[in-house]
Design a binder for this molecule. Structure first.
Ligand SMILES: *Cc1c(COP(=O)(O)O)cnc(C)c1O
Length: 407
């Protein structure tokens, strides 16, 4: 089959679009992950039909509970959206007037405690509902034991609303179990950014088991759902507060039903449209994410890994087989990312550029260009794309080696 002439490419060409090969992982700039047929089918079924969003959220909560072991869950437009909802829930709780006031946090607890090394380009989400980030600890393994506990204790005040932990492998940050225990000593819920957490689902369950109160997960990465979806898993009262600030509450109080309500406790009137209203998901995303969550229970993670390894090995053999001076490929990463090292950062950058402008266009990981590396990520590459990807890489690298600059 000609790579360019399948039906999807024709449909997109009719919209004036030119598809690319995604060898960059699950980046938002390429639209997340590839959706399984069952996920696409659920999305198109929902697109043609109506289901109350509140009922979809309630059912999604059950699926999230089954996958993560949390008490409840809700769906928003991404992991970052879920972090915004999580912060909003910790700041306002189930106080309807406080929800209405956000992002003005006058009189409310709004400080969010985190290790300095966990600051990251996504944590703006915590500030959107009025959260104020309070950092402790140092950058770097200064003591060899992570941050000292006293450093973390000292960060809590009567204004602390939550603490925050990012899933990133940094040895000098307090381990998560201790982090959660210290937070709970101060009576403060723990928010986790688990967007980069890989499956199998035990990895998500571990956050909950070790004490996370709210875990934000991306739908469009390892879960295999739509890019504009993500879910929050956690304590029932916090998830309820989060979802109240997101769902359309344009409902007469007489017929309003509080989400996730069982106990009769908490508010019974609807809030106004909350800060989470801008993070809404449609029924297509909800249905797609729900189908993906269901699949997560039965996917063969070992087989998926085997396929990634096979492609990685194919690409490594091909690139090293070129015997291009200064260019080597290897993979040491557990997620089977192929790292290609160049003689200079400029060569790496020019290769990325050449790949993006080639035919077919190929997008690879570009965050390590300064280290003279490009990263070829097999996660979203289909079997049919394997050969065009290999050929494109070889053309781009050969062109660099011959100093022509472009493939
Ligand atoms: C991808 C990512 C996010 C954002 O996830 P979305 O679902 O795209 O909103 C947040 N934090 C980290 C660390 C991520 O890697």
């Amino acid at each position: 089959m000609n790579y360019h002439l399948n039906n999807d490419h024709e449909l997109l060409a009719a919209l004036g679009l030119r598809p690319v090969i995604n060898a960059a992982g699950y980046p938002s700039r390429l639209g997340g992950t590839r959706l399984a047929p069952a996920v696409v089918a659920a999305m198109s079924a929902a697109a043609r039909t109506f289901v109350p969003i509140a009922e979809m959220q309630a059912r999604a909560s059950e699926l999230i509970v089954a996958l993560t072991g949390a008490e409840a869950g809700c769906v928003a437009s991404g992991a970052d959206a879920c972090l915004t909802l999580a912060a909003a829930a910790c700041i306002a709780g189930d106080d309807l007037a406080a929800m209405d006031r956000l992002p003005d946090t006058t009189g409310l607890r709004n400080e969010i405690v985190m290790h300095r090394a966990h600051r990251n380009p996504f944590d703006h989400a915590l500030r959107i509902p009025g959260g104020r980030l309070v950092e402790f600890g140092y950058l770097g393994p200064s003591s060899g034991v992570g941050a000292y506990h006293w450093q973390m204790h000292a960060a809590f005040t009567e204004r602390t609303a939550a603490s925050f932990y990012a899933d990133s492998p940094m040895g000098w940050v307090i381990d998560f179990k201790t982090f959660a225990a210290i937070s709970h000593e101060h009576g403060v819920p723990v928010i986790v950014d688990a967007a980069p957490t890989q499956l199998p689902p035990e990895n998500l369950r571990r956050w909950v088991e070790l004490g996370a109160d709210l875990v934000a997960c991306a739908g469009g990465k390892y879960i295999g759902g739509p890019a504009a979806s993500g879910f929050l898993a956690g304590r029932r009262h916090l998830v309820r507060a989060a979802t109240m600030q997101q769902q359309d509450a344009f409902i007469h109080p007489e017929v309003y039903q509080v989400p996730l309500e069982e106990t009769g406790a908490g508010p019974h009137e609807p809030p106004h449209q909350g800060v989470g209203r801008v993070l809404k998901v449609g029924r297509e995303e909800l249905a797609g994410l729900m189908a993906a969550l269901q699949l997560c229970g039965s996917r063969s993670y070992a087989e998926e890994r085997r396929q990634r390894i096979a492609l990685a090995e194919q690409l490594i053999a091909a690139v090293n087989g070129l015997e291009c001076k200064g260019v080597t490929a290897n993979s040491s990463d557990p997620s089977n990312v192929v790292t290609i090292t160049f003689a200079s950062a400029q060569d790496a950058a020019r290769t990325v550029q050449a790949l993006q402008e080639g035919s077919p266009r190929i997008f690879v990981g570009n965050t390590r260009i300064t280290q003279r590396e490009i990263m070829v990520m097999p996660h979203c590459v289909t079997q049919e794309e394997g050969k065009p990807l290999e050929d494109g890489l070889l053309r781009a690298i050969a062109a660099i080696a011959h100093g022509r600059g472009k493939a």
